[in-house]
Ligand binder design. Structure first.
Ligand code: ADP
Ligand code: MG
Length: 258
């Protein structure tokens, strides 16, 4: 469902992604962990083509993202903005800061994309939005404004808003990092439910126990490279690198604020 092949990306002299390759099969949950600055967010942004990349290719559901490869594969041509916009709807993305429109209610936030971008009728968008609110446990909050919701509730509305576009895959970038600790579990539960339903997902998180529970595969990022890749139990039981062990250890002792 997602193929990342030899993707490299630099900001000026700073090479942030160093020939990254991996794939995510349909229904799989891949969790990315790694120190701050290791390139996790940049990778997610490349998958949604919110960031350009200089080399390699990314396919989502079989379609190239950002560039069309030439017949020989040697020359890359940039896609039109229309193509990019259409492809972008295949991958729903949710960030740390949920950025709901403050002057719109929960249900209006969820309906906007389908109505304005996908041309769905208001009636149909409303019905789907109501079902999505129920799915994330907020059926009774449809007419609340963001300021009337907790951070965890706002983040669940943001997830419903992304799902409203009927994406093929979901990308989550530290969606619990800005929440008070007591609100983390309700958002993680929503992610677990999505995984149970078979949604294909890439999740960046610092919640280690959650990562172990929910991931089909765990990728450990370090300075722009994937240095561990496998089922979480294997990676935790037999890490190949000391860097992973050190990361987990520092994490458990709470000295890494990441
Ligand atoms: P992570 O999500 O793992 O914390 P990021 O992908 O955010 O890491 O960042 C990786 C590296 O890219 C960091 O060195 C960061 O400073 C750099 N970086 C990210 N975004 C930009 C940008 N827009 N301009 C320049 N450098 C950036
Ligand atoms: Mg990040």
């Amino acid at each position: 469902m997602i193929e990342v092949r030899g993707v490299s990306k630099s900001f000026g002299d700073n090479q942030v992604l160093k020939s990254i390759s991996f794939e995510v099969k349909e229904g799989e949950v891949v969790v990315l962990i790694g120190p701050s600055g290791s390139g996790k967010s940049t990778l997610l942004r490349c998958i949604n083509y919110l960031e350009d990349f200089q080399a390699g290719e990314i396919l989502v559901d079989g379609a190239a993202v950002g560039y069309n490869a030439s017949a020989g594969g040697s020359k890359r041509t940039r896609q039109s903005e229309t193509e990019i916009a259409r492809l972008r709807t295949k991958a729903g993305m949710v960030f740390q800061n949920y950025n709901l429109f403050p002057h719109k209610t929960a249900i209006q936030n969820i309906m906007m994309g389908p109505v304005l971008v996908n041309g769905v009728s208001k009636a149909e968008a409303r019905e789907h939005a109501q079902a999505l609110l129920a799915k994330v446990g907020l059926a009774d909050k449809a007419n609340h404004f963001p300021s009337q919701l907790s951070g965890g509730q706002q983040q669940r509305v943001a997830i419903a808003r992304a799902l409203a576009m009927r994406p093929k895959v979901m990308l989550f970038d530290e969606v619990t990092s800005a929440l008070d600790p007591e609100l983390v579990d309700e958002v993680l539960k929503t992610l677990r439910d999505l995984s149970t339903e078979g949604m294909t997902m890439i999740i960046v998180t610092h919640e280690m126990q959650f990562a172990r529970d929910v991931a089909d595969r765990l990728l450990f990022f370090y300075q722009g490279s994937i240095i561990e890749d496998g089922p979480p139990n294997d990676v935790f039981a037999n890490p190949k690198t000391e860097r992973f062990q050190a990361f987990v250890k520092r994490f458990q002792s709470g000295t890494v604020a990441a």
